[in-house]
Design a binder for this molecule. Sequence first.
Ligand SMILES: C[S@@+](CC[C@H](N)C(=O)[O-])C[C@H]1O[C@@H](n2cnc3c(N)ncnc32)[C@H](O)[C@@H]1O
Length: 443
Amino acid sequence: MAIVKQSKKARRPKLEDAVVEIHGLSHEAQGVSRSQDKVMFVSGALPSETVKVRIEKEMRNFNHAKLLEIMNPSPERVTAPCPHYSRCGACQLQHLQADKQLGYKQSNLHEQLTRQLKLTDIPWQSPITSEDLGYRRRARLGVRYRNKVDEIIVGFREEANSHLTNIDACQVLQPSLSKLIEPLRQLITLLHAKSRITQLELIASDHCDVVVMRHLKNITEADQKLIKKWAQDNEVNFYLQGDEAQNLHCLWPIDLESQKLSYEVLGQTLDFNVKNFIQGNAQVNKAMVSQALDWLDAKPEETLLDLYAGIGNFSIPAAKHFKEVTAVEGISSMVGQIEHNAQLNQLDNIQAQVMNLSDDVLHQRLPKVSAVLLDPPRTGAAELMPWLAKQSSRILYVACEPSSLVRDAKALIDAGFKLKKIAVMDMFPHTKHVESMALFVKK
Ligand SMILES: C[S@@+](CC[C@H](N)C(=O)[O-])C[C@H]1O[C@@H](n2cnc3c(N)ncnc32)[C@H](O)[C@@H]1O
């Protein structure tokens, strides 16, 4: 008898729509349902809601489902303030009351700490909160030219794909940056190079706003003239950046003094340039630096090691509290910026060093100090943990990724450190991101 091979399509059971309860919110800001035998993640659903869903992706241990209908909305559900929210991928939580978002983020971190570190009594401190709109001082927007309809799209990537959502404003951006979006689109429409513009970076320093326009190939003299005029009329500093990241030049203003960018933190001024990392939320940054110094509670004879120091965001204010600060950063131009900022603020007790902190051979060169502050990138500081675990200093960890913090905290706790204080910080309201600060001391 002939064996009839079934097509893959025919073998796959039909995925039924289902009505489920939502029990929690994941760290990706998706509703989590445990109503079925497998955990289900539902984008756009909130805890306590009953929703109708369609399973879209079946994984071995969980499913992803699409929200079809909210049958019983949560009292915490609100209409998103932004008209682009349903498509734009930059925010994930605008449908949840702004003052409830941080609570869920803290609960997720709490759950990871208790489950993975077996901690029972977590010393939570008050969170650092933020204005929920108009807070963001730096953003990268994609630009595409739609040839067929001669249209410029400016916006963030959509959640599910690489398409850009066309936006005319962004409510989480500082208003002075948001109001540049539409005029920038109109400017690009006039350029000969309109099909070669790929990205716009918007940065707010305390005294001026900056646009960095990324482009492919060269920009003609005529285009440059148009851009200069636009920058002058809109009173922004304007940089062009070619294919190579280092190929960056300031088109406007022409005098070097007016190109200076800076922000203030705890009464000190930090100069930076457009390539440097700066914290995305000025208000939260000030509160974060202040809290870090408060938790570290320095005695005048004590010394601090600031790892992943950037342009000295913590080092410069900390130098007023510690006898000596050693700032370590992987990018040499940023180390130069720390030295410049130390001079600018008349501080002679900061040593700045370039070091790749992922290279464990180099850690022996780090000095013994009274306290260590580390603020690593999202991936955390796994390579540094064996060295840190051997120290007896107080350790203050500033984290932008909870799972990295939990993993690195385990290394410290296994080495005899105690978690003394921890708090979440609302650096990016309406998004899934959460920052946190944890203080460890040797038992
Ligand atoms: C989250 S930022 C923090 C910067 C600074 N603490 C601040 O508050 O602005 C992380 C910094 O770590 C630096 N960095 C990343 N990987 C590094 C590495 N392997 N070694 C040294 N520095 C690194 C980055 O250049 C960046 O300045």
